[in-house]
Write a protein that binds this ligand. Structure first.
Ligand code: NDP
Length: 258
């Protein structure tokens, strides 16, 4: 038997699928044969990024500009994707933001700035997909939330008093929705990365000393590439993961295990 993930005939929505971890997920999902709908917020090159993925893997890949925090825009967009590209088989709620401040400096605006996209924005995408699946009686829906190990551990040297709780909330939300939507055949899981080299961690890209110090906190003594995260998301979307729900897969090179 050949071990091969096949997502042909499905359309997978990836929020924040135009760069970083999301881009790696879009690429690997396309490589597995699925059509891809990328949701982005403001990167002007996103349509071009999507076009290149589509051409490379011979699938329909399109980028749609929307703010995941805008529930109506997301609901309308999922309807549009469903009818324009094809029945949605899965959604990867990956879009998120992180900015650091001393906890003494945070305001309500900062709270909303984190919880808006990172929790409410994850929920809007999951809800939009689940509503479509209920409406069309589709019983194999897959949802993958991208959280973080920082949802369960307080990582050293970072000022993330709001970011970390958003990631904890996402893990709880996944468990809750997995329970609530199991009866309609929808599976909900979480991918929790450790440190990954993306724009969100720009300082790790630029500062070798910081990169080495961070790497030394992991058992594998290195920071993850985005592609090393994507495989887990693709697996969770696949037919190899039919009996996994309400759980978290930690992909952190051992960071949280010692
Ligand atoms: P990046 O900063 O590289 O990319 C963020 C992506 O999210 C972009 O595509 C951005 O779109 C999109 N986005 C942000 N806000 C919104 C919004 N309101 N509406 C729609 N799209 C939005 O992030 P990463 O790839 O590093 O992170 C991806 C996910 O992984 C995040 O949830 C993050 O918290 C999580 N994570 C990352 C880790 C890391 O080390 N990098 C570690 C653990 C978890 P645009 O390009 O248009 O701005």
């Amino acid at each position: 038997m050949t071990w091969q993930i096949d997502l042909k005939g499905k359309t997978i929505v990836v929020s924040g699928g135009n760069r970083g971890i999301g881009l790696a997920i879009s690429e690997q999902v396309a490589q597995a044969g699925a059509h891809v709908a990328i949701i982005y917020r403001k990167s002007e090159d996103a349509p071009e990024v999507a076009k290149k993925i589509g051409e490379k893997y011979g699938v329909h890949c399109e980028a749609y500009q929307a703010d995941v925090s805008d529930q109506k825009a997301i609901t309308d967009l999922f309807q549009k994707i469903y009818f324009d590209v094809g029945p949605i088989g899965g959604v990867v709620c990956n879009a998120g933001i992180n900015y650091k401040k001393d906890a003494l400096e945070y305001t309500k605006e900062d709270f909303d700035g984190h919880f808006g996209p990172n929790v409410w924005g994850v929920f809007t995408c999951a809800q939009a997909a689940a509503r479509l699946w209920k409406q069309h009686d589709y019983r194999n829906g897959r949802i993958v939330f991208v959280s973080s190990v920082s949802g369960t551990i307080a990582n050293r040297g970072v000022q993330q008093a709001f970011y970390n709780p958003t990631k904890a909330a996402v893990i709880s939300l996944a468990k809750t929705l997995a329970m609530e939507w199991a009866s309609q055949g929808t599976i909900v899981n979480v991918l929790s990365p450790g440190y990954v080299l993306t724009d969100m961690n720009a300082s790790l890209k630029d500062d070798q000393k910081e990169r080495e110090e961070t790497a030394s906190m992991t058992m594998l003594n290195r920071i993850s590439e985005p592609s090393e995260q994507a495989g887990t998301a693709v697996f969770l979307l696949s037919d190899y993961a039919t009996y996994i729900t309400g759980t978290e897969v930690i992909v952190d090179g051992g960071l949280s295990s010692w």
